[in-house]
Design a protein around this ligand. Structure first.
Ligand code: ADP
Length: 487
C-alpha cells in the first residue's frame, strides 16, 4: 500500500460539513471491513439527525450565498477540472482505497478511478454550456419569451457500494456543473473513496459548504436525508426496494427524484450468434465486479441448438477467473462486498436448488477467508423461479433455452425490471426488431455492456425514474424558468 493510503485508513473518518471535518454526533464508529479477509481497516462516522440538519443548513447557506451557483461558469468549470487533476495525482491511492473497501481487483479499481475522473472532466465541460431557449408565440402583441436554466438547489446524492467512486462522480459532476450544492451519502460499506474525494475537492478550491459528506446507515442517515424538507432533489442509485422507500418519502414534499434502480437484464443468444464473442462477453458481463453491477446480463436465454455449448463456455470462463485479494495484481475477481451480501447471494443459490434448477458450475465459497464466491452458472431455470425474477447482485447467472424469437422476447419481458438487455445475432433485421420489442432502457447488440459519460442511461419499469449521464444527466440538476415579457 502507498504510504498515503496507509495514513488515510489509519485515521478515524469524519463527516465533511461546511468545509470542515467534524466528528459525527454519535460516538460509535462504523467498522470498515476489508471483504478480502474480513479484517477491520478503518472506522467511519455514524451521523446523527443533528449532523444531517447541520449539513443541509450549511448546503442551503452555501447555495443562497451564491458563491457557487453565481460563480462564472468558466470558473466553476476550472474548479471541477482541478478536482479531476487532483484525482489524477492521487489515482493510485484512490484505487487502493476502493479495492480495500469494496474488494474489487486493483486493475478494475484503477479503471473506476479513471472513469470517475472522466465524469468530472465531462461535466466540467458542460458548466459553461448551459443554455435556455427563446420562443416565438401566438399571443396578440409583441412578446419576448425565453427560458432560464437555474440550479435546482440543495441536492442529496445517495450512492451504493458496487462502484463507490464512479457513482459519487456520476452524480457530483453534473450537480456541481449545474451550480447545486450537495450532501453526498456514500454507502456504509464503502465510504472511504468518497471521503478522500471530499478532501481533494476542498484542496481544489470548492467553496465551503458546496460539498458535504455524511456517512452512516441507510435507514438512519439516508432516511433523515430523504425526509428532510430542506432538500430540493434526491438522486439515488441502489436497489428497487430502497428506491420505493425514497419515492414515498419524496412524495411528502414533492422533492424531485432521479432513481437508478435494480435490474435483471436478459441476454438473448440467437442460434446464429458469433459464440466466440458471445460466450466470453456474456461471462464477463455477469462475473465482472463479482456480478455487483446493476446492468449485468444476469438472465441468459439461449437458443436450444447451442445451449450446451454456451453453458459450458460460460462455466469455463468462470473457472478460469483468478479469485484473489484485489490488491494482488493478478486478481481478476474479488470477494463480494460484505458478509451480508455473501449470505444473501448464497441464499439465492440455495433457493434456486430448492426450486429445481441445476447448478452447472460454481455456487460455493472460495478459500477460507473473505467473502469469495465461485462464479456460478445455474441452468434449467424457469421464469417462475425466484432466482430468475429477483436481482441476485452476485456472480450468478441463470440460464434457460428457447425455441423461437417470440418465446425469447416473452421470457425477456416477463420481469418487473427494465434496466438493460442484449441480443446476439449477426442478422441486423432480427437484432433491431428484437431490441425494439424489449422493454428496457439500455440495449446492446452483439455486446453486453456499454457506457460513456455522454450517453444517457436509465431504466424502464421498476428499474428507475429519469436518466443520468450526458445532457440529460445535467438537466436533472436544473430547473427551467419560463419568462414572458410584453414588449
Ligand atoms: P443494498 O441493500 O444492496 O445495500 P441499497 O439500495 O439499500 O442497497 O443501498 C444504496 C444506498 O442507499 C446506500 O447508501 C444506503 O445506505 C442507502 N439507503 C438504504 N436504505 C435507505 C433508506 N431507507 N433511505 C435512504 N437511503 C437508504
Amino acid at each position: 500500500l502507498a504510504p498515503e493510503t496507509k495514513s488515510f485508513i489509519a485515521k478515524e473518518q469524519k463527516l465533511l460539513i461546511g468545509g470542515q471535518w467534524k466528528d459525527a454526533g454519535s460516538d460509535a464508529l462504523i467498522d470498515v471491513i476489508n471483504p478480502a479477509d474480513g479484517n477491520r481497516i478503518s472506522g467511519i462516522g455514524d451521523a446523527t439527525e443533528a449532523d444531517i440538519d447541520q449539513a443541509v443548513d450549511t448546503a442551503r447557506a452555501a447555495f443562497e450565498s451564491g458563491a457557487w451557483p453565481e460563480m462564472k461558469p468558466g470558473e466553476r468549470s476550472r474548479v471541477i477540472h482541478k478536482i479531476a487533476d487532483l484525482m489524477e495525482t492521487h489515482a493510485e491511492e484512490l484505487a487502493q482505497l476502493e479495492t480495500l473497501d469494496n474488494g474489487k481487483p486493483i486493475n478494475f479499481a484503477r479503471g473506476d478511478v479513471f472513469a470517475s475522473i472522466g465524469a468530472f472532466r465531462y461535466y466540467a465541460g458542460w458548466a459553461d454550456k448551459i443554455q435556455g431557449t427563446t420562443h416565438t408565440i401566438n399571443l396578440p402583441g409583441d412578446h419576448h419569451v425565453y427560458t432560464l436554466k437555474e440550479p435546482v438547489g440543495v441536492v442529496a446524492l445517495i450512492v451504493p457500494w458496487n462502484y463507490p467512486l464512479v457513482m459519487a462522480a456520476m452524480k457530483l459532476g453534473p450537480a456541481l456543473a449545474a451550480g447545486c450544492t450537495a450532501i453526498l451519502k456514500p454507502a456504509e460499506d464503502t465510504s472511504l473513496s468518497a471521503l478522500r474525494l471530499g478532501e481533494l475537492a476542498l484542496e481544489a478550491g470548492l467553496p465551503e459548504g458546496v460539498l458535504n459528506i455524511v456517512t452512516g446507515y441507510g435507514h438512519t442517515v439516508g432516511n433523515a436525508l430523504i425526509n428532510h424538507p430542506g432538500i430540493d432533489k434526491i438522486a439515488f442509485t441502489g436497489s428497487t426496494a430502497t428506491g420505493k422507500i425514497i419515492a414515498h418519502a419524496a412524495a411528502e414534499n414533492l422533492t424531485k427524484v432521479t432513481l437508478e434502480l435494480g435490474g435483471k437484464s436478459p441476454n438473448i443468444i440467437m442460434s446464429d450468434a458469433d459464440l466466440e464473442k458471445a460466450i466470453p462477453a456474456s461471462a464477463m458481463g455477469i462475473f465482472f465486479n463479482s456480478g455487483q453491477t446493476c446492468t449485468a446480463p444476469s438472465r441468459i436465454y439461449v437458443h436450444e441448438d447451442i445451449k450446451d455449448e454456451v453453458i459450458a463456455g460460460i462455466a469455463a470462463v468462470g473457472k478460469s477467473m483468478n479469485l484473489a485479494n484485489g490488491l494482488d495484481e493478478e486478481s481478476t475477481m474479488g470477494p463480494l462486498v460484505s458478509a451480508k451480501q455473501f449470505e444473501r447471494v448464497s441464499a439465492y443459490i440455495a433457493e434456486g436448488q430448492k426450486e429445481g434448477a441445476n447448478i452447472a458450475s460454481g455456487g460455493v465459497r472460495h478459500g477460507e477467508s473473505g467473502y469469495f464466491l465461485e462464479p456460478t452458472v445455474i441452468d434449467q431455470t424457469r421464469n417462475d423461479m425466484t432466482i430468475v425474477q429477483e436481482e441476485i447482485f452476485g456472480p450468478v447467472v441463470v440460464a434457460q433455452s428457447f425455441k423461437t424469437e417470440e418465446e425469447a422476447l416473452a421470457l425477456a419481458n416477463d420481469t418487473q425490471y427494465g434496466l438493460a438487455g442484449a441480443v446476439w445475432t449477426p442478422n441486423i433485421s432480427t437484432a433491431h426488431r428484437m431490441v425494439g420489442k424489449i422493454k428496457a432502457g439500455i440495449m446492446c447488440i452483439n455486446a453486453v455492456m456499454g457506457a460513456d459519460w455522454d450517453v444517457p442511461l436509465g431504466g424502464y419499469k421498476q428499474s428507475g425514474i429519469g436518466q443520468e449521464n450526458g445532457k440529460d444527466g445535467l438537466e436533472n440538476y436544473l430547473n427551467t424558468k419560463t419568462v414572458f415579457t410584453a414588449l
